[in-house]
Write a protein that binds this ligand. Structure first.
Ligand SMILES: C[S@@+](CC[C@H](N)C(=O)[O-])C[C@H]1O[C@@H](n2cnc3c(N)ncnc32)[C@H](O)[C@@H]1O
Length: 229
């Protein structure tokens, strides 16, 4: 999928010193370059990432027969997840009609809805958010929405804050050259967004082909509430 157009959005600077403030000032120039090149390094790393994801799910003994991919885009990854997990049923959710149509062309049933407020009577063994969390305004609210769709697991794969020495010195998440205008969440923030109805059973962070941020997988299992009459 080619990235959707990205406009240079100045975010509130993170707490930090002079270097961070200077960096926030030059940042929009990098974002314009990113838009002009229409290049997203994330997509170079997808095959390796899916291999890692398969190992991650196997290690956590995840076997499922239905799934929904929330923020499925053009469905390229949704279709690969379907094949990788041998799913009988896969759906997607996306607000973008053009992308939803492309996903339908890949045999995915797509609900065109806002993923942040979505309610659906359908429930799935696995609810996936693959690279869509950073579009959500409120992490907890979004994770709660994912949780309502699940009868088994919730899996979040997204960019997370890279914590290297340079980030610590400058105090800026934009160092070095974080190009995304979207707020990147730390893996701790993702883990802590799950409420008592879920237990986080797996969390792993990897380097992307992208040098700007890390990529995390967080897997949570829904706790079964026993209802004795
Ligand atoms: C970075 S793309 C990821 C697409 C796909 N999961 C992938 O990894 O190739 C994020 C997707 O989330 C969708 N999206 C963003 N905000 C949304 C919202 N509020 N409701 C539904 N979809 C949304 C966008 O249309 C886009 O397709």
């Amino acid at each position: 999928m080619r990235p959707t157009s990205i406009t240079a959005v100045a975010e509130a600077p993170q707490p930090g010193g002079v270097a961070a403030r200077w960096y926030e000032r030059v940042l929009p120039a990098w974002q314009v370059t990113y838009s002009l090149l229409n290049w997203n390094p994330h997509f170079q790393s997808v095959p390796g990432e899916l291999r890692r994801l398969r190992q991650f799910l196997e290690k956590n003994c995840v076997t499922v027969s239905s799934a929904v991919d929330v923020g499925c885009g053009d469905g390229a990854i949704t279709a690969r997840l379907r094949d990788m997990l041998g799913l009988q049923r896969i759906s997607g959710v996306d607000l973008n009609h053009e992308l939803a149509e492309r996903a339908r062309g890949r045999g995915i049933e797509v609900i065109e809805a806002d993923m942040e407020t979505l309610t659906s009577p359908s429930k799935y063994d696995l609810v996936v958010s693959y690279g869509s969390l950073h579009h959500a305004a409120d992490t907890r609210q979004f994770v709660r929405t994912l949780g309502r769709l699940s009868i088994g697991y919730v899996l979040i794969v997204d960019n997370t804050v890279r914590q290297n020495a340079l980030h610590r010195v400058t105090g800026s998440r934009h160092f070095p050259l974080e190009l995304s205008p979207y707020r990147t969440r730390s893996s701790e923030e993702i883990v802590s967004a799950f409420d008592d109805g879920f237990r986080v059973i797996g969390s792993a962070t990897f380097r992307n082909a992208n040098v700007f941020h890390d990529r995390s997988f967080v897997l949570a299992r829904k706790l079964v509430v026993s209802c004795e009459l």
